[in-house]
Design a binder for this molecule. Structure first.
Ligand code: ADE
Length: 265
């Protein structure tokens, strides 16, 4: 996967050489290029922002500088059918989810544009969408950061760890939270010793009975999701639930006879 990142702080992405992402780079699974947006400016101050039209605080990133940069990185003047997907982190956009990460992990080429200041001129995504580019805007959470760099790191990590060959054990991806059509929070995990500072791991996990272990973990995932993220329970597909799942959900106060669970107590 080819990844281009545009930022006024491209050094921020030196950190991608660390940890698993660095390994993916050295294994050749991903190639990451961080660009400085100021390289596409022509004025002596290399300015990338201007005051907001209509007034207001802060500065807005100028469309012309972005366009010179993005035309080049997106190959906008070429006929190539393999256009990259263009992604802008934006606190006022839809939330980035595991489903988005999964979808984007199948892309050949991603271009991320990091906004700063009060954001970027709203005509930039409009312009590229009108030219047939797949433009995405995502928020990583209901809080405001100083710029898109941290959000791009978060998205990149979520996307690249799904690439085939990235994880030592791909099964760990299948089991984790938010994965699959019926997203639940993951059950608790324990390692040895079985007793630590007076706290025991649940006895069933030591039983060697795989069916019992699976049921215990599934029930724990249902209970935990019910407690922490009941909105995820309400999105489950009742038709995909096993009899045992339904029993647990009924005990937790859900009605499961419709398409999705409904809270009744
Ligand atoms: N830029 C600033 N805050 C952000 C957020 N929460 N998500 C994505 N991009 C951002």
């Amino acid at each position: 996967m080819d990844i281009d990142i545009v930022s006024v702080f491209p050094e921020y992405f030196d950190v991608l050489d660390l940890s698993l992402l660095g390994k993916a780079k050295s294994k050749g699974l991903i190639s990451v290029r961080a660009h400085n947006l100021r390289d596409w400016t022509h004025d002596v101050h290399q300015s990338v922002d201007d005051t907001p039209v209509g007034g207001g605080a802060g500065m807005v990133m100028k469309p012309a500088v972005w366009a010179e940069c993005l035309d080049e990185l997106l190959g906008i003047h070429t006929e190539s059918p393999d256009r990259p997907i263009l992604i802008f982190p934006n606190p006022s956009a839809p939330l980035f989810t595991q489903q988005d990460a999964t979808e984007l992990s199948h892309a050949q080429h991603l271009v991320f544009g990091c906004g700063r200041y009060e954001g970027y001129d709203a005509r930039i995504p409009v312009y590229y969408r009108e030219r047939g580019v797949d433009v995405r805007e995502y928020s990583i959470g209901d809080y405001v950061l100083n710029g898109g760099e941290v959000a791009v790191s978060v998205m990149l990590e979520a996307i690249t760890r799904l690439l085939p060959g990235f994880m030592g054990n791909p099964d760990s991806i299948v089991e984790e939270s938010y994965t699959g059509g019926n997203a639940l929070l993951e059950h608790n995990q324990y390692t040895k010793p079985a007793t630590w500072r007076g706290l025991d791991v649940p006895a069933v996990l030591l039983s060697g009975d795989h069916a019992k272990v699976d049921r215990f973990r599934r029930d724990e995932a249902l209970e935990k999701t019910n407690r922490i993220r009941p909105d995820l329970i309400a999105q489950l597909d009742c038709h995909a639930l096993s009899k045992a799942d339904r029993k647990t959900l009924i005990e937790l106060g859900w009605e499961v006879s419709g398409d999705h669970p409904r809270r009744i107590s």
